[in-house]
Each structure stands twice: as structure tokens, then as C-alpha cells.
Design a protein around this ligand. Structure first.
Ligand code: FAD
Length: 394
């Protein structure tokens, strides 16, 4: 067999968000970016997604190198609960499948192959389902989320429809959570991204215990929501859906003990996501920086660096998993919205740090202070993480 040499490409397995960010960051990081081969099993790269983030999630330098992939930017955002509405000045931005595909197509050092399912990954190459073997200088596994017994989950499930309305919808900024809607199937809210005066993404979301997603039911709830706002939908332009993992408990040591030591993992594959939102973009940006700063590196050395980084992130994210257990296990499903309503009364910098995954100890104290919005006898069994990972009933 052929062994990877320094002239062989970096192979990115999976044309998803993590691979796109690694490719973009490596392309911008030097005058002589490495040759990259991106392999996607599906017919089209980059799924059918809108990937959003809060401007405060990223550093100014990150925002600069990411900018070719950004499709929309807004200067503020808001939330709505039964008890109050609030406008926040934090900026917000979204990438789309089209904007990512276009930016990646413009990278001169990158070759993208679709319908190229990888069935074997080795440190020095991959094998495709067709039997073709491709050598690589380094192979990164970015094939998306892979469930593990060492990661106990709740779910954020949603269906989003990008629609054209007959008249201006009147929404200027993203409405990150409209939780004034009827609560069912856990914590329910509607998420709105206005792309033009008459084009808007309407996403019906639930934080629920089970991973089943009834797309038809959520689509009906989107229509009912639009009608209640007084909007008439002339066209549904596209639909996206997701079932994102919300981490309740995580034994990162055991998770990583079962992963290959010589194949670097990236994105959701490496469980690098915000435990409370299931969003992976900020962590994928940080990982792209780590890879570019360490480049050039072979598979085994890079795998070790990523493992160390991911274990550190897992320790840093302990607090979010505790909050998730309170939300999913201590709060009754119909009361979950009260936890978020309380959170959104806190200061804007604290909210920004929360989404960025950079909550400080003082923030933690502030979040937990006062009368908890969950029954104390249900909160106490949620304090420890380990029982949620064992096979024993709680
Ligand atoms: C609809 C939707 C909206 C989301 N919105 C946001 C958001 O707004 N902000 C945010 O931060 N996060 C968001 N997320 C969560 C998360 O960021 C995304 O799931 C993100 O795409 C994960 O990136 P990834 O690269 O790890 O995996 P993916 O983007 O899922 O990419 C994995 C790719 O690998 C391919 N693949 C799998 N197996 C093979 C194989 N054997 N050979 C070759 N290719 C293979 C898959 O087809 C896929 O294209 C969203 C998720 C979904 C589903």
C-alpha cells in the first residue's frame, strides 16, 4: 500500500461545517496552504443548513477569516417570553449551505469529491466504498455526530422553513427565542431569522427528552405561528430540520478511550459542541485555529493535540451539563420555559459569555443565585453527573 508523504493532501472526511472551517482557516493562514481533498458521501456537500452564531462567540480575528462564509449579519437580536420581551444589542450572523459551498469552491488548494463514501480511515490514507485507496499526509475524521454510551443526552429538535410572505413581516432582528407560544413536548420556542422584508426563516424548536421528530406536526405549528403573526406565506422556499444533542452527562475520558489514537476527530464527531444549545460553530472555529496553528502535522500527532484540547473543553463545560440536568430532569417539561425566562433576565455580557461557552465562576454563581425555578427535591439528584451515565436506574 501507499504511505502518505508530505506532498500528499490533507484529507478531510465529510463535507460539513467542521471540514469547511478547517479548510478556510488553513487557506488563509499561510501563503502556501496545503493541498486539501474533501470527501463527501452524499450527492451534495454541506447538507441543507443555516448555521448561526452570536458575534460575541468569536474573536475579531476569527470573524475576519470566517467572513467569506457568512451569508447574513444582524446588529441585534431579541427574545420573547410569556412574562416579558427583551432586545439585546449582541450581533448575530448566519452561514448558509450556499455561502459555505461558494467560499469553499473558491479555495484554489482544495478539491472536493461528492458521492465519495469513506469506509476506512487510516493515519496515512482512506479507502472509498468503490475500493479506491487514497493516500494522505494527514486524515481528519469530520463525519458528524456519533452517539456514545458515555454521553447522556436530551435533544433540541426543530423544523425550519424559509418562507416568502406576501407582505413585509416586520421582523428586523433575529428573534432567538419566542417562548410566548404554547408549551408542549418540553421547552418550545419559535426562532426567526429575517433575511429580507418578505423572506424569513421560521423554526419551531423543542427541548425534549426523546429524539423522535414529527416533521409534519412541526410544519403545521409553523403555519399556525405565521398565521397568528398575521403573515400570509406565499412560498415555502426550503425546509431544514435537526435533532441536536444536548449533553446531560459526559465521561470524556471513556469517550476518548474508545476513539482511535492516530486519527484526528473534528466537529460533532469529537463531541465538540455547546452542551446547552447543541451548536458546534464556535468550537469548530477554535478547533480550526488549533489545527492551523499546529500545521503541518501528521495524523497521530494531531489526534493527540485534539484529544487533549477536547478533554479540557469537556472539563470546562461541566457547569452547562449541570444546568441541562436541571432543565431536563429537575424541571417538569411544562415548566422548562421558566428556567430560560429567568436566565434571560440576567445581564447581557453574562448571556454572551454563556453562548460563547466562556461562563465565568462569578457568572455561575449569578445564574444559580436565588430561588431555583425547579423543585429542590428534584434538583438534588441532578447534582452529580456520574449516575446519569451508569446503567442503574436513578
Ligand atoms: C439543520 C441544522 C441546523 C443547525 N444550526 C446550527 C447553528 O445555527 N449553529 C451551530 O453552531 N450549529 C448548528 N447546528 C449544529 C451543528 O453545528 C451542525 O450539525 C454541524 O453541521 C456539525 O458539523 P460537522 O462538520 O461536525 O458535521 P456535519 O456538518 O453533519 O458534516 C458531516 C458530513 O460528513 C458526511 N459523512 C458522513 N459519513 C461519511 C463517510 N463515511 N464518508 C464521507 N462523508 C461522510 C456527512 O454526509 C456530512 O456531510 C445545526 C444542525 C442542523 C442539523
Amino acid at each position: 500500500m501507499q504511505h502518505g508523504t508530505t506532498t500528499d493532501p490533507l484529507i478531510l472526511v465529510g463535507a460539513g461545517l467542521a471540514s469547511a472551517l478547517i479548510a478556510q482557516r488553513l487557506a488563509g493562514g499561510s501563503n502556501n496552504p496545503p493541498p486539501i481533498l474533501m470527501l463527501e458521501a452524499g450527492a451534495e456537500p454541506f447538507g441543507d443548513h443555516t448555521w448561526s452564531f452570536h458575534a460575541a462567540d468569536l474573536t475579531p480575528a476569527d470573524l475576519t477569516w470566517l467572513s467569506p462564509l457568512v451569508a447574513h449579519r444582524w446588529s441585534g437580536q431579541s427574545v420573547r417570553f410569556q412574562a416579558f420581551s427583551r432586545h439585546l444589542r449582541s450581533g448575530y450572523a448566519s452561514l448558509s449551505t450556499a455561502s459555505v459551498a461558494q467560499a469553499i469552491a473558491e479555495l484554489p488548494n482544495l478539491q472536493l469529491r461528492t458521492a465519495a463514501e469513506v469506509i476506512e480511515l487510516r493515519p496515512d490514507g482512506v479507502t472509498l466504498a468503490s475500493g479506491e485507496r487514497l493516500p494522505a499526509r494527514c486524515v481528519i475524521d469530520a463525519r458528524g455526530f456519533n452517539p456514545s454510551p458515555h454521553l447522556a443526552l436530551g435533544y433540541q429538535k426543530f423544523v425550519g422553513q424559509e418562507v416568502e410572505t406576501t407582505h413585509p413581516h416586520g421582523i428586523e432582528h433575529p428573534l432567538i427565542m419566542d417562548a410566548s407560544v404554547d408549551q408542549h413536548d418540553g421547552y418550545r420556542f419559535v426562532y426567526l431569522l429575517p433575511f429580507s422584508p418578505t423572506r424569513i426563516l421560521i423554526e419551531d424548536t423543542r427541548y425534549s427528552d426523546g429524539e423522535n421528530l414529527d416533521r409534519a406536526e412541526l410544519a403545521r405549528d409553523i403555519s399556525a405561528y405565521a398565521q397568528a403573526q398575521g403573515w400570509t406565506i406565499s412560498t415555502v422556499l426550503r425546509e431544514e430540520h435537526g435533532v441536536l444533542p444536548i449533553a446531560l452527562a459526559y465521561d470524556a475520558e471513556k469517550f476518548w478511550a474508545e476513539r482511535p489514537r492516530d486519527i484526528p476527530q473534528a466537529g460533532m464527531r469529537a463531541a465538540l459542541f455547546h452542551p446547552t444549545t447543541g451548536y458546534s460553530l464556535p468550537d469548530a472555529v477554535r478547533l480550526a485555529n488549533l489545527i492551523a496553528d499546529a500545521w503541518p502535522l501528521g495524523s497521530a500527532a494531531l489526534a493527540q493535540r485534539i484529544r487533549t484540547h477536547a478533554l479540557k473543553r469537556a472539563r470546562e463545560q461541566k457547569f452547562y451539563r449541570l444546568l441541562n440536568r436541571m432543565l431536563f430532569r429537575a424541571a417538569r417539561p411544562s415548566q422548562r420555559h421558566l428556567v430560560l425566562q429567568r436566565f434571560y433576565r440576567l445581564g447581557e455580557p453574562l448571556i454572551e459569555r454563556f453562548y460563547a461557552g466562556q461562563t465565568t465562576r462569578a457568572d455561575m454563581a449569578r445564574i444559580l443565585m436565588g430561588k431555583p425555578p425547579v423543585p429542590i427535591h428534584r434538583a438534588i439528584p441532578c447534582l452529580r453527573e456520574a449516575p446519569f451515565l451508569s446503567q442503574e436506574p436513578l
